[in-house]
Design a binder for this molecule. Structure first.
Ligand code: 5GP
Ligand code: MN
Length: 328
């Protein structure tokens, strides 16, 4: 049987047993993914366990101030010394192993750490908790379970994870558990105003120009109950933007009164469309993403289409119309 638990202890025990760990996360990493990886690297090091962080895609510039972020490697393939040089892989926030974007990760034992819905527990050990506000909070719980004092850096990285995944403690996952962990992180040295500046005021000019491109074709469905945005390769080129510049754009139409869901379709290479969904309250966009082979959380989800932009956009709009129609 594959050990699976929402208790951090099993994960701590497994990490302690390792000698050299490869840490990775989902493609197009966000604050929760990077913050959690960096804190896990510190926890590993406190056990005398070596670790290497390798991601398939770069992190957005808004995460470039995170302590230790310079150690994160970005590569198209796994390191040359993999798997021989490692006795554990830790996947962070990968509801499917493929989401890491590397072939052959399963050649080493996997510790799977995630809070997404429907993670199939593909690891040798699975630390999974759908109720966790962020993986960063789960990693924080690992420090506590291990009896390791987190440094200011670990507190900062896990706070970034928690603050970004809860939308600055505004989304439906901002429950007491999130605030308790946040209070502890701040007590240990995380500084909310500094972190907020990094995450919100460190945007690139390209990301603001891309917002302009996206808003040019803003459209609505279901009498204004959902909004839809899209950017194609030409829009990316005009804005001078890449995949790391798309964060936050989706939140702009989400702030329009009466809008309950937003979909943002991004095509940055021909025939490949990455779709992001956001919603409010009980509007379950994860169910829509899952129907197209993706997943996520009730209020934030995503999926990928291998088709052209307008086809993907029409399909998700039709699904949102059905979803909202059913919830009248
Ligand atoms: P984002 O829109 O920020 O890329 O993703 C929103 C949420 O949906 C995140 O929790 C993310 O991990 C999840 N998500 C995005 N794309 C996919 C996907 O293709 N498959 C799954 N299972 N989850 C996704
Ligand atoms: Mn997360």
């Amino acid at each position: 049987m594959t050990p699976t638990s929402n208790d951090p202890t099993l994960a701590v025990v497994r990490l302690r047993r390792a000698r050299r760990v490869l840490l990775t996360c989902h493609r197009n990493p966000d604050g929760d993914a990077i913050g959690s990886e960096l804190a896990l690297a510190e926890l590993a090091s406190s056990f005398g366990v070596e670790s290497v962080i390798v991601n398939r895609d770069p992190a957005p510039v808004t995460l470039s101030e995170l302590p230790g972020v310079g150690t994160v490697m970005v590569a198209e393939t796994l390191p040359d010394d993999f798997p021989e040089g490692y006795d554990l892989v830790i996947t962070v926030e990968c509801p499917e192993l493929e989401r890491a974007g590397f072939n052959g990760l399963d050649q080493a034992p996997i510790l799977n750490i995630d809070h997404h819905r429907a993670n199939p527990a593909y690891g040798e050990v699975n630390y999974l908790d759908e109720e966790a506000p962020a993986v960063g909070e789960m990693v924080w719980a690992m420090f506590k379970a291990a009896g390791v004092e987190p440094s200011v850096e670990a507190a900062t990285n896990t706070y970034v994870a928690l603050a970004t995944d809860t939308g600055d403690f505004c989304y439906s996952n901002a429950r007491p558990r999130a605030f308790r962990a946040a209070a502890e992180m701040v007590e240990r040295g995380a500084d909310p105003p500094t972190i907020s500046e990094w995450v919100h005021d460190g945007r690139t000019e390209a990301s603001v120009r891309l917002l302009g491109e996206a808003l040019k074709n803003l459209r609505f469905g279901c009498d204004g109950r959902f909004a839809s945005l899209a950017v194609d390769e030409e829009a990316f080129a005009r804005a001078g933007a890449d995949s790391t510049d798309t964060d936050e754009i989706i939140n702009i139409p989400r702030a329009i009164g009466g809008v309950e869901a937003v979909v943002f379709c991004k095509q940055w290479e021909p025939g490949l469309v990455k779709v992001s969904f956001r919603s409010r309250g009980r509007v379950d966009v994860c169910s829509v993403a899952a129907s197209f082979g993706g997943g996520g959380h009730t209020n934030a989800a995503g999926c990928t289409f291998k088709t052209d932009l307008e086809t993907a956009r029409r399909q998700v709009e039709t699904s949102l119309t059905e979803l909202l129609g059913g919830q009248g």
